[in-house]
Design a binder for this molecule. Structure first.
Ligand SMILES: [Zn+2]
Length: 106
């Protein structure tokens, strides 16, 4: 994990970037620590993947907090998270939507 105070800055979207080249720190960590050592699990080129922050904290770039997902997986996951937040407010319409979402193959 690079030293955030000296080598990185927080961009307008709340993500850390390297001062040297502007690269997003969470993508760098995900590529080096997860993608490259587990290449067989990730058949697509790295730029095709999105990185999810598991605990929702965009500044927490520890390896354990990062998940490499396709765009479709990432969208589905966030829809599920949002629906989960709705809790009791989930009505029949969104329940149908949820069933539709879970049919999407991961
Ligand atoms: Zn995410």
């Amino acid at each position: 994990m690079p030293d955030e105070t000296n080598k990185c800055y927080l961009d307008d979207n709340g993500y850390y970037r390297f001062k040297s080249n502007g690269e997003l720190v969470h993508r760098w960590v995900a590529r080096k620590m997860i993608y490259l050592p587990n290449r067989k699990q990730y058949p697509l080129p790295f730029f095709k993947y999105e990185i999810h922050h598991v605990n929702g904290n965009k500044r927490d770039n520890r390896e354990d907090n990062l998940q490499i997902l396709t765009q479709g997986q990432h969208e589905t996951l966030h829809t599920c998270i949002e629906l989960g937040k709705l809790g009791k407010a989930i009505n029949r319409t969104s329940f149908r939507m949820m069933k539709h979402i879970f049919r999407i193959k991961f």
